[in-house]
Design a protein. Sequence first.
Length: 278
Amino acid sequence: MTPLIGEVFVRSKRPLIAAVLAMVVAATVAPTATAAPKADGKYVAIGDSYAVAPGTRTYDNPDDPCRRGPLTYPRLWAAQHPSVGFVEASCSGATTADVVSTQIPQLTADTTLVTVQVGGNDVGFVDVLTNCILTIDDQDCINGVELAKQAATGALSPALAQTYGAVRAAAPSAEVVVVGYPRLYKIGGSCGILGLSDAERSAMNSAADVLNDIMASRAAEAGFTFLDPRPAFDPHALCSDGSEWVTSLEWNKINESYHPNVEGHRDGYLAALNSITG
């Protein structure tokens, strides 16, 4: 998904924050696949910025809008399974429409594994988070989150059903794993009084829950496995006392903000994916 929100900001700097946050959403472009020869199957990774490198600080090419890199869970899984061919179709900024038009065509009938992580951009979560940072009124933030949740139920749910159906049609024999999104915040955690209130943080966590519930339901209907990252990520959310697996707002690396970091990809998503695929 494109992005979540940190805790180190001063509300009096709202115009600057708005300008910087506008830079977070990367343009979606038709991706160029990276593939290895097929041996014991083929793995195709499909998705948005959570499936590529924002948050890891390590990129193949920092100027590539897809923002791919070697430390993401799809790349790490492929490195652990060198006999399996690998195609990276995921691209930062992708929506379900982008996935259907530019990523699913990279699936083939001999694909044996697909991961699909998309949906956050469809409900405009970046705009919701930006509003929550800039508004003084908790209720204004909460109202925006509720609208995003309504969009998830009303528009995203059928879009995911269409997307998953297209995946199955293009890769009829593949194991398909639908990858969810973590909650961002520990409520009552160690972030102190600056930044978002616990009411705002709770609202955003609830949006992640709604999004994951919809993804899980549509995945089950399609006969796919749902990877729920919340149990693994919750102890490592923003404002937790332990190591955090999601990046907070980073002024010197704005495009890194609000994404799984190296530990989140390796210890969170990769470990969960391995528990499903072996």
